[in-house]
Write a protein that binds this ligand. Structure first.
Ligand code: GLA
Length: 416
């Protein structure tokens, strides 16, 4: 994997050279993520448990002396130019909104009133985080571009550099503040009211660890993945998530609506996070049916995350897997964000010995499942998925065996 990454980054440096005629000053890399459990809980102030995967979005970049941003996206062969003084959301091309959004909020939220101003940058973008697969390619792009814009004015955030003692100025800005800029970019420039999970794990990922994050307090703990002989296997339905943005925003408002109704009896609650399973049972029949289903899923999922974290701490993979399966059932039946293809993949997993747990991961409506699989059974599981999934769907799946990787980094090339 590490070798793959260095081949990738060397090629990117060459491509940058070809595009712009000089070597880039720095490279940033930000990983995608897979969420092990705790789905659709982040925007309900709840708990999540993702890992950063060893698939990265890379940007090679150099500072410019003006305020223009010149971008070239290698994988889609598209370019975009915009000016930092006149940032406007626009779909030409759509991916540029993530960069425009983070540049806008960096200027407005982080750098305003400080001694720093953004410079333009020249950048080439590439990566191997599958796009539109629920593995957070957009958060990886937002995080990488935030570090790239800061790099363009000679700044790093704490612990983001792979070169130490390089004399580069460190901006006193916590990773969580960077995550909130990325979230705002996605909310206000891409129109998805997503939560804080994806950029946070892309920044705070740690090799061989999962991140237990409280999305209200933003307290977090890295939990070692002592999964001896067990691998994280991701299966991609290759189904595009057409309705994802509108249905996602709808789920969020259904949850908020549920909170408003329950507040009549429990006025101190501000989100579903504040309601225990027992209390919810007392009031659930006051809610319209759909609202009740959505809220009951979230309330239960929060308790599942807490149990799953405890199970992992004692290496109880059986319990962890059972909780993953229950999470999928809730997402399928109550939250209704699964789809036939995701359900089929979880059924194949359930019928394969040595698979401890399987569930959809990410926003849903397509994308991927995450599976914990006993190492000796991985081949058998892959064969089954590769045979049975296309038979029923006519679609070829993709399978990734993932390691938990490190979070986003900047590497100063001139320092080598
Ligand atoms: C998307 C969002 C996240 C989170 C997940 C569902 O990935 O970006 O904030 O809500 O869906 O858990």
């Amino acid at each position: 994997m590490i070798q793959d990454e260095s081949i990738f980054t060397n090629r990117l440096i060459q491509d940058f050279n070809q595009c712009f005629g000089h070597t880039p000053e720095f490279m940033v890399s930000a990983p995608g993520r897979v969420n092990l459990i705790g789905e659709h809980t982040d925007y309900n102030d709840g708990f999540v448990f993702p890992v950063a995967i060893d698939k990265y979005l890379h940007i090679a970049a150099s500072q410019r002396s003006d305020r223009e941003v010149h971008l070239y996206a290698l994988d889609v062969e598209e370019e975009c130019v915009f000016n930092l003084d006149s940032i406007r959301e626009s779909n030409t091309p759509p991916w540029s909104n993530y960069l425009k959004g983070v540049a806008h909020f960096l200027q407005e939220q982080v750098l305003q009133g400080s001694e720093h101003t953004l410079n333009g940058i020249t950048a080439v973008i590439t990566g191997n985080v599958p796009i539109g697969a629920g593995l957070s390619s957009s958060a990886a792009l937002e995080v990488a571009s935030t570090l790239a814009f800061l790099g363009g004015c000679g700044l790093e955030i704490p612990h983001s550099s792979v070169n130490t003692n390089n004399g580069i100025q460190v901006l006193e800005c916590s990773p969580l503040e960077v995550a909130s800029i990325c979230q705002r970019a996605e909310n206000e420039f891409a129109g998805v009211n997503c939560g804080i999970m994806d950029p946070t794990i892309s920044l705070l990922g740690k090799a061989d660890h999962a991140l237990f994050l409280d999305c209200r307090s933003l307290d977090y703990e890295h939990i070692p993945l002592n999964l001896t002989d067990i691998l994280i296997v991701i299966c991609n339905t290759n189904v595009k998530r057409e309705l994802a943005a509108s249905e996602y925003n709808k789920r969020r408002s259904e949850c908020e609506n549920g909170v408003k109704i329950i507040q009549q009896w429990l006025p101190s609650i501000t989100s579903l996070r504040d309601i225990s399973v027992e209390d919810f049972k007392k009031y659930e029949d006051k809610l319209p049916e759909i609202t009740q289903k959505r809220c009951s899923y979230v309330v239960e999922e929060n308790t599942r995350v807490l149990k799953a974290v405890s199970a992992l701490k004692t290496n109880d993979v059986e319990t962890f897997g059972t909780l993953m399966n229950a999470s999928h059932e809730g997402l399928r039946d109550d939250y209704e964000v699964s789809c036939d293809e995701l359900d089929l993949l979880t059924e194949i997993a359930k019928n394969t010995e040595g698979v401890f747990g399987a569930r959809m991961t990410g926003a849903g409506f397509g994308g991927c499942t995450v599976n914990l699989v006993y190492q000796d059974r991985v081949d058998e599981f892959q064969n089954k998925v590769n045979n049975e999934y296309p038979k029923h769907t006519g679609i070829e799946p993709q399978i990734y065996i993932c390691n938990a990787g490190d979070g986003a980094r900047i590497k100063w090339i001139s320092d080598n």
